[in-house]
Design a protein around this ligand. Structure first.
Ligand SMILES: C[S@@+](CC[C@H](N)C(=O)[O-])C[C@H]1O[C@@H](n2cnc3c(N)ncnc32)[C@H](O)[C@@H]1O
Ligand code: SF4
Length: 405
């Protein structure tokens, strides 16, 4: 057995003492899209024959299940609370194939009875017509990548859908799912404040239970990085953020995380688990995992290129990178996640999930408080509004000081 998936190796003595293990989630990466978007640096690969079904989908699910089988000893006996099928464009997979995947996950893992099972979908007509079948296959929550309702901006983003298709897809999702999410991006090439307002209003007209709104970033190694489009100035982008916060609040959506807004009871349980420094097993091409054991926290990355991943998974060797999180990196890793949440974190959870004493963040907390970036009481610490606005400065206060041990 490869050491990366060997439970005995993971449970050997070490420096940390975790008194209990955090909740566990499962992430499943499905790495194909109809076309690569010029701003996207996710592990997604263009599917070159639009209109045809993905011939590799059955084989890919076989590889995912082989990956899971090989990885099970690392999470033995633990309940899985949420599942997220992300990509890429998971809605390119046929509902029958998703049904087989979910059925197999249920038989191999102990899934909580009320487990949230999210699928990311693109708003094309072809995908929309499958929403009901995805629901029947066991998907409880749909996340639709709308990005914008403006045809001009959708084109500038290289998207394959238009406004009419986006509207029809959201309408269908609202009829089929009790809970769903729309992804929007703002500060788009050539976007004005008025156009951003129109996008937010169009999204809110569906009374969505959840909205994720991301500032478009230019990522290295993307087509936009090579040929940067002209983007709104910083001041304009701040004004857009203010509009987003105002409009969503008026519509009854609370900003519970930097980019996430939800009606009460509709926060994304899967993402919350990431932000609360919970554990996740990630299977599929390029998927990341974070897993806790009594004496260590490990991170793993799976082979990124889909064909190579499939070969490796079938040989029970899907992991290309496996490392233990260094003790001195844990405060920053925890804060990178927890300070994204409006409600911050319980001090007890910090100790439970990192295995460290509160003294390890005492200095950072004091500095952050003195700069007005966090507030705290005896049990919790949370970012102030200013902390949200200067989040990377706040997180940087928890970076390790010296060289690694
Ligand atoms: C993993 S992507 C996949 C979702 C789906 N394939 C889609 O694009 O519609 C999840 C979300 O990340 C956001 N995203 C991707 N690249 C981004 C970028 N460069 N800047 C900001 N948000 C980005 C988009 O809103 C996207 O819907
Ligand atoms: S459809 Fe989504 S995952 Fe695929 S390339 Fe575009 S942004 Fe990336």
């Amino acid at each position: 057995m490869t050491p990366a998936l060997d439970p005995v190796h993971a449970m050997r003595p070490g420096l940390l003492q975790l008194t209990s293990l955090p909740p566990l989630s499962l992430y499943v990466h499905l790495p194909w899209c109809l076309k690569k978007c010029p701003y996207c640096d996710f592990n997604s690969h263009a599917w070159r024959e639009p209109g045809q079904s993905l011939p590799v989908q059955e084989a890919y699910v076989d590889a995912l299940l082989a990956d899971l089988q090989a990885s099970l000893p690392l999470v033995w006996g633990r309940t899985v609370h949420t599942v997220f099928l992300g990509g890429g464009t998971p809605s390119l997979f046929a509902p029958e194939v998703i049904d087989r995947l979910i059925g197999s996950l249920r038989s191999m893992l102990r899934l909580a009875a009320d487990a949230e099972i999210t699928l990311e979908a693109n708003p094309g007509t072809f995908e929309k017509d499958r929403f009901r079948a995805f629901h029947q296959a066991g998907i409880t929550r749909l996340s639709i990548g709308v990005q914008s309702f403006n045809d001009q901006h959708l084109q500038a983003l290289g998207r394959v859908h238009d406004r009419a298709q986006a509207m029809a897809a959201v309408d269908e999702a609202a009829q089929v799912f009790d809970t769903f999410n729309l992804d929007l991006m703002y500060a788009l090439p050539g976007q004005t404040l008025a156009q951003l307002s129109d996008d937010v209003d169009a999204a809110l007209s569906f009374a969505p239970p959840h909205l994720s709104i991301y500032h478009l970033t230019i990522e290295p190694n993307t087509a936009f990085a090579k040929q940067p489009p002209s983007l709104p100035e910083d001041d304009e982008a701040y004004a857009m953020m203010d509009t987003i916060t105002e409009r969503t609040a008026l519509a009854g959506l609370g900003r519970y995380e930097v980019s996430a807004y939800a009606r009460p009871g509709h926060a994304c349980a899967h993402n919350l688990n990431y932000w609360q420094f919970g554990d996740y097993l990630g299977i599929g091409a390029g998927a990341h995992s974070k897993l806790s054991f009594a004496h260590r926290i490990v991170r793993q990355v799976r082979y990124r290129e889909p064909q190579l991943y499939m070969r490796q998974a079938l040989q029970a060797e899907p992991v290309t990178l496996h490392e233990e999180v260094a003790r001195q990196d844990l405060p920053f890793e925890f804060m990178l996640n927890a300070l994204r949440l409006k409600e911050g974190f319980a001090l007890g959870d910090y100790m439970e999930r990192t295995g460290l004493a509160l003294s390890s963040i005492q200095r950072g907390l004091e500095q952050a408080e003195a700069q007005g970036l966090i507030a705290r009481d005896w049990t919790r610490a949370w970012p102030t509004e200013r902390g949200f606005d200067f989040l990377s400065d706040l997180q940087a206060l928890f970076l390790p000081a010296g060289p690694k041990a």
